[in-house]
Design a protein around this ligand. Sequence first.
Ligand SMILES: *[C@@H]1O[C@H](CO)[C@@H](O)[C@H](O)[C@H]1NC(C)=O
Ligand SMILES: *[C@@H]1O[C@H](CO)[C@@H](O)[C@H](O)[C@H]1NC(C)=O
Ligand SMILES: *[C@@H]1O[C@H](CO)[C@@H](O)[C@H](O)[C@H]1NC(C)=O
Length: 599
Amino acid sequence: MLFSSLVTALVAATSVAAVKVNPLPAPREIKWGSSGPRTVDPRLHLRLDHQNLDNTVVFHAWNRAWQTIHTLRWQPAAVEKPIIDYPPFPTGIPPIEKRGSSWLSEINVQIEDKDAELQHGVDESYTLEVSEGSETIEITAKTTWGALHAITTLQQLIIVNDQNEFIIEQPVTIKDAPLYPVRGIMIDSGRNFISVPKILEQIDGMALAKLNFLHWHMDDSQSWPMHIEAYPEMVKDAYSPRETYSAADMRKIIKYARDRGVRVIPEVDMPSHSASGWKQVDPQMITCADSWWSNDVWPEHTAVEPNPGQLDIIYNGTYEVVKTVYDELSEIFPDNWFHVGGDELQVNCFNFSHYVMSWFAEDPSRTYFDLAQYWVDHAVPLFREGHENRRLMMWEDIVLSADAHAHDVPKDIVLQAWNNGLEHIQNLTALGFDVVVSSSDFMYLDCGQGGWVGNDHRYNVMVNPTPDTPNTNWGGDGASWCAPYKTWQRIYDYDFTQGLSDEQKKRVLGAIAPLWSEQVDDVTISTKFWPRAAALGELVWSGNRDADGNKRTTLMTQRLLNFREYLVANGIGATALQPKYCLQHPHACDLNKDQSVLH
Ligand SMILES: *[C@@H]1O[C@H](CO)[C@@H](O)[C@H](O)[C@H]1NC(C)=O
Ligand SMILES: *[C@@H]1O[C@H](CO)[C@@H](O)[C@H](O)[C@H]1NC(C)=O
Ligand SMILES: *[C@@H]1O[C@H](CO)[C@@H](O)[C@H](O)[C@H]1NC(C)=O
């Protein structure tokens, strides 16, 4: 009697274990059979089709994945299940009955076009199949980059059971491809230096989360870390000789990223956010660098944060230096895209330029909008010259800034939308621009740390904030302008194409979560990105809705909690999201018992 009820309990646990493994991002289409787990040969080997015998990118990617599978011997902690059901299911995975001849002994990878380069829009689709009875795991992909995604999925599917055997739930059929071609994060190495190993760590996380776009905001007015051969003096404005990137460092990062299917798109922010580096080459090309930034007297402010500085748009010498730096970096970065900034032009800064002031004096009808146009007319042709396939990217301000936008911006420039959420995505796509979404209210990963400027009287209040005594610790405006902290649910639930026509939706190329680094460096960068960037990863890979069109955020919780553990195990310093109790007791920590509250 007792014995037979034990058997029943075991059988029930076995069928639940069939959904134990849930790779992140969730594939677009995944079908599980119910015959349960099978063992994987500890000597599982990779077979590449004959055209791909020399495909070292895939070969090394599989070797890394296999090494990880062997080293971690991973057992996911949480079962993803849709309903509250107490007591929680046991976390152990039962032994498998069949072994020997049914071992999976081989992965067969077939890639159609091994020469397709890692550039915007390259096909990243793949299929992965483990069928009953077959000893082979079948992977097909159009390109190497799709095959890499298949490998990061497979790496999450092969786990160990309680007998320490490698197993895979099967049969399983996956057909997968991303919703958006641009899926990224932004690293800012201008406000604080981020070391090469820390950047590589972020790329490791990106590859696992199928993020393919590293937007690298390299410099800012505060520091210039990149060695430029033409102007060796620029790195005098790095924080120290050690806190710099040599050409070899940059190439190392690019190669490491490419090997993992990640593009690296450099940003040199111009003409605003510019002082360090440039001023070493020619002090005249920078204006207002020595002014008081003046947020205490807002009408006179020359910058939105210290320290001020902008390229002098009218001074002729500016353009030669800009072109030389841009061309040298273009030699290093192979991507067809290049980000040339264009955000937050501060009009007062130009009062410190006699070139700009006399340009205004020559013709009193001239405005700051004309000045922004002058930049576009003179700089954009230089950015295109000699770079046939170049696609430029800029912040939305160049088109939407209330104080100083250009009148006529070429429509092939990709704009990064960061203000006013859905409204600006709507505005930009209606104007006919391709857009990458980085809405600060949803995707800025630096928000919510409080203000960082010193000598701030606003903290000197002994009560919670009221409209008369705003306290920057408590969100709203002030120094922590984009408070509060954006949680993973805030990111994942963002329906950023809401209200767009079908035509406009096609102009949304994807999303990038920026992490500005005023209060971030090597010590905290990984906790800031992860696991939140993985929530973005799924949002732009397979979306935030299930087949019925309902938000799947609640199920994603368990997937993300598992993935966070997996990131940490892989050496990526992802922060905790919940008490571990919640990971081990699915849905016990939900706000609502009703699992259908999200639509
Ligand atoms: C800058 O110059 C403009 C135009 O002359 C003037 O209106 C404005 O007050 C000046 N700003 C500062 C901070 O001096
Ligand atoms: C800048 O170059 C233009 C065209 O070559 C020339 O007309 C103008 O005088 C120059 N201005 C300055 C400030 O050197
Ligand atoms: C965006 O579009 C709305 C609606 O047409 C308009 O009211 C708003 O001024 C636009 N915003 C900008 C920055 O152009």
